[in-house]
Design a binder for this molecule. Sequence first.
Ligand code: GDP
Length: 364
Amino acid sequence: MEHPENDDLYRGLKVNKGVADVPTVNPYLKRPQRKAYTPSEFVEGILKGNITILSQAVTLVESAKYEHQQLAQEIIEKCLPFAGKSVRIGITGVPGAGKSTSIDAFGMHLIKEGRKLAVLAIDPSSERSKGSILGDKTRMEALSREKDAFIRPSPSAGSLGGVARKTRETIVLCEAAGFDTVFVETVGVGQSETAVHSMVDFFLLIQLAGTGDELQGIKRGIMEMADGIIINKADGDNIDKANLAAAQFRNALHLFPPADSGWFPKVLTYSGYYNIGIKEIWDMVGEYMEFTKKNGYFNYKRNEQAKYWMYESINDTLRETFYHNPAVEGMLIPTEQQVLNNEISSFVAAKRMMDLFLENLSKK
Ligand code: GDP
């Protein structure tokens, strides 16, 4: 049949005959269609604890696409009133310290207590390694089979700041979905600890004994952040060494200035692999929560963290806007070259770029 728009009424417009569809290669193949949810549907699903919808929302949070970010922000905002009620615990330790084994053991302990646990990760190196190793489900075998555990690898794209922000936003979604305990794991090599510290209530440092120089190689800053130091692999022949290391850590902690929380960090030994001393660790976390809720530090810290993330977001947005400004983008490399050629100083160069940016902004 002739296309109606080829009628004389629509002169100047000609609709050509279409091309027949290519026959289906495999008539039985059905592509799974991901349902496009509205923000309200997302929120409704999350509040009901629907894990598929929660995962999809987290994917939006992690996406670099503008429209995904818009949608993610809308979902987060709607989830915020239902968030904030979990115990947030940061867990750090060098590779091999036993983080995955321990998280598996802690997690199973908590699930048996009737809690719901989300395990998230911050791994700034994942961009290099193409896909994160942290939070990988295969690393937490028992936990990954539990319906009350939600394990999510580190968001892989972007700077540490960006990755950390996404993890922080994911915490909100998990809490709204009913997870009452959140672990944020990081590999303890010194960069991401500050970021984790800025989003958790309790910071747990996993250490090993047995090398004789336990206190060496630990960044002082990380030890100062710790609310609990736990010495893993206190099993078999290693028990004495673990106890000795614990005594050394306790002594070392006395040399640090007292923490703002008023809490004196505890040092415990345990075995993640053999499930020894796990209850004591969780009891310590509980004691800390009670202590800091009583003295007001818990709320104070959460407020400080909220403030910190507000400024982090402003800084992120400013940086993004600056570097993606077309005028700036065009002049950045030539200006950099002028600095390298000693034609202008770094400060003059920076001022020129800022002036260019501000001029360009006001013209909009
Ligand atoms: P991660 O890199 O920090 O996540 O460390 P893993 O959990 O992968 O553990 C590193 C190695 O230490 C593995 O071979 C574990 O089996 C072993 N391991 C972990 N926890 C314990 C423990 O409590 N006792 C002993 N003996 N070995 C452990």
